[in-house]
Design a protein around this ligand. Structure first.
Ligand SMILES: [Zn+2]
Length: 339
């Protein structure tokens, strides 16, 4: 062996060593369940089932929770132009029941193998109407065996609440208490959006309402949408110092509670400003590995699904592999009784 080949050999060995040492043993390939997904937007428009299936296939989303949106935004005659979002102008939103029929008609026309990829939830009812449970029962009877849950029920939701016509909803409203009882009877989990506080209050102002609901209905499975956060709360108050401890306290006290980690929890809670997982949340989820789900919270347009769900990967990678797969997929499947 010449000096030259020896040097090349040594260099090659060093290079291989670097590759072996510095490359992870394997990259995890997650299969997702999107556990928070709206078939329509606030104008009840949808890109449709085909487009949704494309996005799911492209993102390794095996299964999705799917719901309408229980309110519609009004295009007011005084509006300078047609609004693009519920916060585009000051026109109100109103409770809109047809959202469930739009979803049911779209899915029941799809082939069985497509239907099987979705767990549809009922969302189109006024949560302050004492008739709400009766409306839901009618829908269950009309599409037997079709509905797999109830929600997203909008209760405390900052600007959305402000723009909603009529009585202000709250998680422990008597109309909703009847809905939770029906949900327990029918074994339908409920996805409840109940902000933990208001935009200018740095304390858990509304937590008690949600806690009363969870406590009074131990046989109802509650999914707490976004762990009580919202985009507006994040914008106004930043990272709430009490959120993680309150979530832990609630998980410990109420075995019927699950936490939806959809996007407003991801940042600024699960990941820090440089995109690194926060250990306090890693530890919490490791402690309660069966109690968390994640979702995209897309509304009617599905092409960003991959971009949205892939943002969870750095956090999932910080969990042990079994827990990561539970959060990404298995927990929601278990709730739906699907293996
Ligand atoms: Zn949502």
């Amino acid at each position: 062996m010449t000096k030259f080949t020896k040097a090349v050999g040594l260099w090659l060995a060093a290079f291989l060593l670097v590759i072996v040492c510095c490359t992870p043993a394997y990259a995890r390939n997650y299969t997702f369940v999107d556990a928070h997904l709206h078939y329509v937007d606030f104008f009840q428009h949808s890109d449709g089932v085909e487009s949704l299936l494309d996005a799911m296939d492209h993102t390794h989303v095996e299964h999705a929770q799917l719901m309408g949106i229980g309110v519609a935004k009004k295009w007011d005659a005084h509006a300078p132009k047609k609004p693009r979002f519920f916060m585009s102008d000051d026109a109100p939103v109103y409770w809109y029941s047809a959202t469930d029929y739009l979803l049911a008609e779209a899915l029941t026309r799809a082939p069985d193998n497509v239907q099987a990829r979705f767990s549809p939830f009922i969302s189109g009812f006024n949560p302050t109407d004492l008739n709400a449970a009766e409306h839901i029962q009618r829908l269950i009877d009309l599409y037997p065996g079709f509905w797999k849950g109830i929600g997203e029920i909008f209760t405390r939701h900052d600007d959305l609440t402000r723009l909603t016509e009529g009585e202000v909803p709250r998680a422990d409203h008597p109309a909703l208490m009847a809905v939770y009882r029906l949900a327990a009877e029918r074994k339908l989990p409920v996805l409840v959006h109940s902000n933990i506080t208001a935009k200018r209050e740095n304390r858990p102002l509304y937590l008690d309402e949600f806690e009363q609901a969870v406590k009074a209905n131990p046989d109802t499975v509650f999914l707490w949408a976004h762990a009580g956060t919202s985009e507006e709360l994040n914008r106004r108050l930043g990272r709430l110092s009490f959120l993680r401890d309150e979530v832990e306290r609630m998980l410990k006290a109420y075995p019927n509670l699950y936490i939806d980690l959809s996007w407003t929890v991801l940042e600024p809670y699960l990941l820090d400003a440089s995109g690194h997982p926060r250990q306090e949340w890693v530890r919490l989820i490791q402690r309660y590995p069966d109690r968390f789900t994640l979702g995209s919270d897309l509304v009617g347009q599905f092409y960003p699904m991959k971009q949205v769900l892939n943002r969870f990967i750095p956090f999932l990678d910080a969990l042990d592999e079994r827990t990561a797969n539970k959060v990404a997929r298995d927990n929601f499947m278990a709730l739906m009784g699907i293996e």
